[in-house]
Write a protein that binds this ligand. Structure first.
Ligand code: HEM
Length: 410
């Protein structure tokens, strides 16, 4: 096996597990949460948090919970009421998007979204993604020194999803900021300012989409997700707007982080980079390994709705669970040598896109973007070097970089 050890940090596991509180995380955790995750997985896999919720870290437990819709619910109204305030824009948004709902509403919305992301749509998307990436690479070449997040990774998903919903190019400027503000409010701890920014972003975002919906009603477009959702007539306007906001958000920061994390992993594991350059067909398993090692979405949640016992811990209805995807994806019971970054790893049944009824509906889009972005960048600039300080995003749920300075080797 070629690759490199991805474990770092060595604080005492007993202390790490015992004092873990997702509502009080420090800088060291944001930098590298994996020693804490390893300690929890080994010593306290169903960890009772000070606020009464549970934090789960074993692969088998997460896989079971994600697939079980009898004991566990995705409905977050009870949690988001106190968090955002019932009636607030954030509350309306997050309780209307499909991801935080159960059947039958969830099934109805999901059917339309999955139905719109067919293999045919994806096939048609590929040349657009290639052209977009190549254009960005031209820009990097011109600059010589650049930020791999701002100038590359973050510029891809906004265009891809913008194309999917046919958002006019000149209107795409605010999308990323809105998206970061709406999703930032899902962090375990949210301040007053962050909540206000989230509310404002939902308001501006839905106002904009209302305008776009009117345009589509007047002039429907071919191969357009928004036109398709409008024609289904099964969704109210509010449901349509919030699910479009969710779609624009869902594929945004997550995919940016997948591309950024993937490039960072490859550039800090030069043997793996060499291996990929020598065997380009490995790009799909390399992207899966990036998803496993540095999962862009590290945390998920479920609410217990029927009493169930997990690893000897009785979970009562009304108990709120955090499912730690980032920890499960490094569980040695599922992944041999879990701390080794192995771009040829097979099988690799990671949970980065979750599993079961809510499994990511856009995973093929994300995979396509990451495979094109990573393979074309490393082939064009094989000697690219990281320069300066890589700055982490400072979020627990969405793991990525805020800044990744790099330059082309001349
Ligand atoms: C690397 C990128 C991505 C990651 C890591 C990711 C991860 C996830 C995860 C973990 C969930 C399940 C959430 C839960 O049930 O708790 C999810 C749901 C979802 N994702 Fe993604 N996602 C990514 C990209 C995308 C893209 C590009 C799109 C759209 C084009 C998208 C659309 C969705 C939708 C619609 C759902 C809701 C599915 C449902 O509730 O049935 N995602 N994603």
């Amino acid at each position: 096996m070629t690759g490199g050890d991805i474990s770092t940090g060595a604080a005492g596991p007993t202390a790490l597990a015992a004092r873990f509180d997702p509502n009080s995380l420090d800088g060291a955790f944001y930098e590298n949460p994996y020693p804490t995750y390893a300690a929890l997985r080994e010593l306290d896999p169903v960890h009772h948090c000070p606020d009464g919720t549970y934090f789960l870290t074993r692969y088998a437990d997460l896989d079971q919970i994600y697939r079980d819709r009898v004991h566990f619910s995705s409905d977050k109204k009870a949690v988001f009421g106190p968090k955002f305030g019932v009636g607030s824009a954030l509350y309306e948004h997050h309780t209307t998007s499909l991801v935080f709902n159960d059947p039958p509403y969830h099934t109805r919305v999901r059917r339309h979204i999955v139905g719109a992301l067919t293999p045919h749509v994806l096939q048609a998307m590929e040349p657009q993604v290639v052209a977009l990436v190549d254009g960005l690479l031209d820009g990097l070449e011109e600059k010589g020194r650049f930020d791999l997040i701002e100038d590359f990774a973050a510029a891809i998903p906004v265009e891809v999803i913008g194309n999917l919903l046919k958002v006019p190019r000149e209107d795409r400027g605010p999308l990323r900021g809105w998206s970061l503000a709406v999703l930032g409010a899902l962090e375990p701890v949210v301040g007053v300012e962050q909540r206000a920014a989230g509310d404002q972003a939902v308001g501006e975002f839905t106002d904009y989409l209302r305008f776009l919906v009117e345009e589509r009603r007047r002039a429907p477009l071919e191969n357009d997700l928004l036109t398709r959702l409008l024609q289904e007539k099964e969704l109210s306007l509010t449901e349509l707007l919030h699910n479009c906001v969710f779609l624009l958000n869902a594929g945004h920061e997550t995919t940016t982080n997948l591309i950024g994390n993937g490039l960072h992993l490859l550039m800090t594991h030069p043997q793996s980079l060499e291996r990929l350059l020598g065997a380009p067909d490995l790009v799909s398993s390399a992207v899966e390994e990036c998803l496993r090692c540095e999962s862009p979405n590290q945390l998920g949640n479920r609410l217990v709705v029927e009493r169930i016992c997990i690893r000897g811990v009785m979970l009562e209805p009304g108990t709120y669970l955090t499912l730690c995807i980032g920890a499960a994806n490094r569980d040695g019971e599922e992944f041999p040598h879990p701390e080794v970054f192995d771009i040829g790893r097979r099988p690799n049944r990671h949970l980065a896109f979750a599993a079961g009824g809510h499994a990511c509906a856009g995973m093929s889009v994300a995979r396509l973007e990451a495979q094109v972005a990573i393979s074309r960048l490393i082939r064009r600039f094989p000697g690219m070097q990281l320069t300066g300080q890589a700055v982490r995003g400072g979020r627990a749920r969405f793991r990525g970089f805020r800044s990744l300075p790099a330059r082309i080797a001349r």
